[in-house]
Design a protein around this ligand. Structure first.
Ligand code: PLP
Length: 352
């Protein structure tokens, strides 16, 4: 990234400086394509998964069907997008997906590879197989996946795939939309002819190089290391009778744990953990002091009073043994203090 940021040329310029910048950009693209096992011209650089999702859904001919647990950048990309329910286990039923897509005359279905709140992995290969035989295209948001689950684009059978570099240690503001063989993208951003006329605007060369470098740095061993730490954390908290771990026995990303402490609101737990130096997310987004319901947990049929207690613990490349120990010590302390408060002595039974 440092070397690329010192390039003075614009990849679209024909002079020597421009050609040097172009060569670096295409090296980055080739490296990303190799990691994904696709041809380089299948990779279109965009500003991140939000744009990749919007661009993918803009390709739809006819109505779009999106799983109810998608990121808002999918759910809100196209007005009138139809919702595909998920089952109580947080997964899309491929047969139901195929049936609904056919009944509604959909041209495009969006099912994410793994969910950002629960880490639960979707049966994308089976969904792709069923949609393909009906001529319906499939978009897969894989923003959460690199470094947390092994996958290959070709093997998924999807038509489009969205990535965001900052999710796996790359810089913010860069991502890609990957398109299947023979699929040309209709642009959302119009202007210059960059990215084979699929996405106008001067390319972000340093960020593209950082994107490629971050992908190359992901190793199989790292996914195993994170999963082991996550499992250790979960085994420790699962010992408390008032703790529920959502999706624990389902296929999940290596790094995500959706935990709830029955009867303790997520925003309170997030704040108390923050005071102990531990940063976790609330399963439900907290906006202007009011807890918004998590659309993901609601779609799984979790009652609001349970869903509002869910925190999201995410491990990453900077997480090690010391962070797990610090989390567990803080969790134990806070749980003890909150349980001692009057009125909270008898937690709601953990039913999920
Ligand atoms: N899709 C998923 C599943 C995400 O988790 C996110 C970000 O949190 C996005 C899309 C959007 O990514 P970005 O903000 O990098 O555009």
């Amino acid at each position: 990234m440092v070397a690329a940021s010192e390039e003075v040329g614009n990849p679209s310029s024909v002079h020597g400086f421009g050609r040097r910048a172009r060569a670096r950009l295409e090296d980055a693209r080739e490296s990303i394509a190799e990691w994904l096992d696709v041809a380089p011209d299948r990779v279109t650089f965009v500003s991140g998964a939000t744009e990749a999702n919007n661009l993918a859904l803009a390709q739809a001919d006819g109505p779009v069907l999106a799983s109810a647990i998608e990121h808002p950048s999918v759910l809100e990309a196209v007005p009138g997008t139809l919702r595909l329910p998920v089952e109580a286990d947080g997964r899309v039923d491929p047969e139901r997906c195929e049936r609904l897509a056919a009944e509604t005359g959909c041209g495009l279905v969006a099912v994410m590879l793994a969910n950002n709140e629960t880490g639960i992995v979707q049966p994308v290969r089976e969904i792709a197989r069923r949609l393909r035989r009906r001529g319906i295209r499939l978009h897969v948001d894989a923003a959460q996946v690199p470094g947390r689950l092994e996958f290959a684009f070709a093997e998924l059978g999807a038509d489009y795939l969205a990535l965001s570099a900052h999710k796996f240690g790359g810089p913010p503001g860069i991502g890609a939309l990957v398109a299947g063989p023979g699929i040309e993208l209709r642009p959302l951003l119009r202007g210059g002819g960059q990215e084979r006329r699929s996405r106008a605007g001067t390319e972000n060369l340093p960020a593209a190089c950082g994107f490629a470098a971050a992908l190359r740095a992901i190793g199989r061993e790292e996914i195993r290391r994170i999963a082991e730490l996550r499992d250790r954390l979960e085994a420790a908290v699962a010992g408390y009778p008032d703790v529920v771990i959502i999706g624990r026995n389902r296929p999940r990303l290596a790094n995500t744990s959706c935990i709830l402490l029955a009867g303790i609101a997520a925003d309170l737990l997030v704040m108390r953990l923050d005071l102990e130096g531990v940063a976790v997310g609330a399963g439900a987004a907290c906006s202007s002091g009011k807890m918004a319901e998590s659309h993901v947990l609601a779609a799984m049929g979790l009652p609001r009073e349970i869903a509002s207690c869910a925190i999201r613990v995410s491990l990453g490349w900077t997480t090690g043994e010391a962070e797990i120990a610090a989390f567990l010590a803080a969790f134990r302390k806070i749980r003890g203090e909150l349980r001692d408060r009057p009125g909270l002595a008898n937690p709601a039974p953990a039913t999920t």
